[in-house]
Design a binder for this molecule. Structure first.
Ligand SMILES: Cc1cc2nc3c(=O)[nH]c(=O)nc-3n(C[C@H](O)[C@H](O)[C@H](O)COP(=O)(O)O)c2cc1C
Length: 236
């Protein structure tokens, strides 16, 4: 069986969000959002049982989906797709969102459209829960923007998926291209999120000046996208 063939299945990418009983908000990147009926309009989403968002959907019985626009970078995906709300507050100051009719948060940043649902059914499929909801509201946010597809995310943005994604396949990070780099110019790639450390650019936001070879970065430096340490990087 060639599981790489699954990458020929097409998906979009979304922020699935919800709230808990106390009104705390959370959400995560999801590629599993699917309209399943038209009368009434029902959507299905899949969320890993360990995701905080799953707990919130079970608790509140509501969820929202924002369609991510194509024009994003890996840094945008970091908090939503690689960090759990158990460790970090995602709907913080500076993030543009509004509370929908159901009380679920609707991410407005980098979003093309949204829908929000009242939970009807939950199915346990092992690692993930399938949530089926009836749509109570939907609209455009930035109608003229292109929605992001999984294929664009993988092939153009060079992003990968973490273990909680249903489409997770252990990655062999990209092969080295072109001539061997001269000393100190070797690029390194994060095996968790796909971020590439380029010594020429450094990571000024993380305190690493342009021109710093990977070897000279302090051991407590963290990947600016997903937060892992140097040991999760490999030379490319
Ligand atoms: C491209 C991509 C697609 C993903 N798709 C899903 C998905 O469909 N279902 C899921 O449970 N997690 C998916 N994830 C993983 C979650 O976004 C990730 O585990 C997140 O940290 C969970 O956050 P939470 O614990 O705050 O809910 C995806 C991540 C990426 C980067």
């Amino acid at each position: 069986m060639n599981i790489e063939s699954f990458f020929k299945i097409t998906y979009g990418l979304y922020i699935l969000s919800s709230r808990n009983k106390e009104g705390k908000l959370n959400g995560h990147v999801s590629n599993t959002v699917l309209q399943v009926t038209s009368k009434p309009v029902k959507f299905l989403v899949a969320s890993h049982k360990d995701n905080l968002t799953s707990d919130y959907i079970k608790e509140s019985g509501v969820f929202a989906v924002s369609v991510i626009q194509q024009d994003i970078d890996l840094e945008f995906m970091g908090p939503w797709g690689f960090k759990s709300g158990k460790e970090t507050d995602k709907f913080t100051e500076g993030v543009s969102y509004r509370i929908g009719k159901t009380g679920a948060p609707i991410l407005l940043d980098k979003a093309v459209a949204f829908l929000e649902c009242k939970l009807l059914d939950t199915h346990d499929v092992g690692s993930h829960l399938l949530f089926i909801g009836e749509v109570v509201d939907a609209d455009f946010i930035q109608e003229d923007m292109q929605p992001l597809t999984y294929s664009y995310y993988r092939n153009v943005i060079k992003g990968i998926s973490p273990e909680h994604s249903p489409t997770y396949i252990e990655e062999k990070v990209s092969e080295a291209k072109g001539d061997s780099p001269t000393e100190g110019h070797q690029k390194y790639q994060c095996t968790v999120c796909g971020f590439i450390y380029d010594p020429e650019e450094g990571d000024p936001d993380g305190g690493i000046a342009p021109g710093t070879p990977f070897e000279d970065i302090p051991d407590d430096w963290m990947c600016p996208v997903c937060g892992v340490t140097k040991s999760d990087f490999v030379p490319i």
